[in-house]
Design a protein around this ligand. Structure first.
Ligand code: FAD
Ligand code: NAD
Length: 480
């Protein structure tokens, strides 16, 4: 007999599971359908917890500790013997963290009385949902509301095809989380977020890494000053980033792969032991929608939604990587909560102007709001202030003097428009800018606050003061 649910969520990633939990809090009877099998068992948490945010950060942390020990402990007068790492243990640690977190989501769903239906969901006509369990049993559910949260998958390019199951020499981000040994020569296609994070992991562990980027500019979506400094720092660390380098083909011979690419009008080749393809992700709606479901897709295969994630079918919402906007876990989560609260009659919304971007390299790069270039394009008369970590006491004490905080503001109104951080704890520091933007702060608001000493955050204060030529720990030309 078909079970009765108020809400069925298809997809148990950050978007889907947060939507399910919020709905249960509001008194809905909820089912969450998730089909993922990870390391041989059903798993909640989506891309983020299983093969995305969390395992990549575990590897970033381990590889950073190793690099720091080898190259920087001596600066503190600490001597060590020969430093080694056990890759199998390092990967096992990552897997344990993934298990802990995905198991935690299972507990959270149970604790909230949410039914996890293990298998595949499909939206049928009339807002019905077909559920096929892993054992092959089918039931048709008739919930009052449906949230589609099926996420995304890596883009596959014909010039560097990734084997669908047994990835070996040419891999996507999932394969790159599990190399059984450190490749001596590692190629990366795409200097985007994944290329920089996973390229950094393997470089720190000893690989020679070359990153091919088709665009002429490095990180074109970032503020130009940040991108310039960031490229310089990563290059200094040994990441060989080649911009304007478009890969035109690959050839696997035995245990190596030769990459053909064009750069500056010249055809070139280079051979690697492994090649990571990370040229973006695309919405995943395979098998999700019956032909007569009534859901409209965009040209790019995203589910069409309005500002509140409502689809073309009443009572059906879509969130996260499946819909427009940045493919980020925190954006998916907030959309899940918004959709449920809307269903419940609240006037919830997501402020898409204050969604934070972070790249978790060392140093981290993070930003929120408009870049200087975007602000000018939008017609603002722009003023900016930038202050480096190089003269911040806490940063120097920690050996973390690289990078800066930059503010972009409207010169006429003093309103803060954007914050760009490269440096220690950038992923946390940038939240100060996010909160300021949410509260429509002026630069003066930040200038008037007292920041603790000695902290990395003092650079935030100095950058705000620098907007008006008033930074204290710098010789400033402007006077006000
Ligand atoms: P997903 O997490 O993709 O979850 C969707 C789930 O739906 C999947 O588990 C899938 O199995 C399931 N599903 C699909 N179709 C069906 C169906 N028909 N029936 C049942 N289940 C179905 N973002 C960040 O914000 N910070 C980071 O640091 C970060 N790091 C990343 C690192 C990597 C290597 C990768 C690949 C991504 C990273 N991301 C990061 C992006 C982040 O993982 C995604 O933005 C986020 O997971 C999207 O959440 P979602 O709920 O929309 O979809
Ligand atoms: P991306 O869009 O960040 O970068 C892909 C890069 O590949 C682009 O710079 C593009 O110009 C380049 N490219 C495309 N085709 C190419 C070709 N043929 N040759 C050379 N370069 C080419 O995509 P990604 O790094 O795959 O990441 C996918 C998504 O995952 C991102 O959109 C991001 O939202 C999410 N993610 C987020 C985080 C984080 O928040 N820290 C970490 C990892 C992934």
């Amino acid at each position: 007999m078909s079970q009765q649910f108020d809400l069925v969520v298809i997809g148990g990633g950050p978007g889907g599971y947060e939507a399910a939990i919020r709905a249960a809090q509001l008194g809905f009877k909820v089912a969450c359908i998730e089909k993922r099998i990870h390391n041989g068992k059903p798993s909640l948490g989506g891309t983020c917890l299983n093969v995305g945010c969390i395992p990549s950060k575990a590897l970033l942390d381990s590889s950073h500790r190793y690099e720091d020990t080898v190259h920087h402990l001596a600066d503190h007068g600490i001597t060590t013997g020969e430093v080694n790492f056990d890759l199998a243990k390092l990967l096992a640690r990552k897997d344990k963290i993934v298990d802990q977190l995905t198991g935690g989501i299972d507990q959270l769903l149970k604790g909230n009385g949410i039914e996890w239906l293990k298998g595949t969901g499909k939206l049928l006509a009339g807002k019905k949902v077909e559920f096929v369990s892993h054992e092959g049993e089918t039931q048709v559910l008739e919930p009052k509301y449906v949230i589609l949260a099926s996420g995304s998958v890596p883009v596959n390019i014909p010039v560097a095809p990734v084997a669908p199951v047994d990835q070996d020499i040419i891999v996507d981000s999932t394969g790159a989380l599990n190399f059984p040994e450190v490749p001596k020569r590692l190629g990366v296609i795409g200097a985007g977020v994944i290329g920089l994070e996973l390229g950094s992991v393997w470089r720190r562990l000893g690989a020679e890494v070359v990153v091919f980027e088709a665009m002429d500019a490095f990180l074109p979506m970032a503020d130009k000053a940040l991108a310039k400094e960031y490229q310089k720092l990563l290059t200094k660390q040994g990441l060989d980033i080649r911009v304007g380098a478009k890969v035109s083909g690959t050839e696997v011979n035995g245990r190596e792969v030769t990459v053909k690419y064009t750069q500056g009008g010249e055809e070139k080749t280079q051979t690697f032991d492994k090649l990571i393809v990370c040229v973006g992700r695309k919405a995943y709606a395979e098998g999700l929608l019956a032909e007569d479901s009534g859901i409209k897709l965009t040209e790019r295969g995203l589910v069409e939604v309005n500002d509140h994630c409502a689809t073309s079918v009443e009572g059906v919402y879509a969130i996260g990587d499946l819909v427009r906007g940045p493919m980020l876990a925190h954006k998916a989560m907030e959309e899940g909560v918004m959709a449920v609260e809307r269903i419940h009659g609240h006037a919830a919304q997501v402020n898409y102007d204050t969604i934070i971007s972070v790249i978790y390299t060392h140093p981290e790069a993070a930003w929120v709001g408009l870049t200087e270039e975007q602000a000018k394009e939008k017609g603002h008369e722009v003023k900016t202030g930038q202050f480096g970590f190089a003269v911040n006491g806490r940063a120097l004490a920690a050996g973390e003097g690289a990078g800066f905080v930059k503010f972009v503001a409207d010169a006429k109104t003093d309103r803060l428009l954007g914050m760009h951080v490269i440096g220690p704890a950038a992923s946390d520091i940038v939240h100060q800018g996010m909160i300021a933007l949410e509260f429509v702060s002026s630069v003066e608001d930040l200038q008037l606050m007292t920041f603790g000493h000695p902290t990395f955050s003092e650079v935030v204060h100095e950058a705000a003061l620098a907007v008006d030529g008033r930074a204290i720990h710098a010789i400033q030309r402007k006077r006000k």
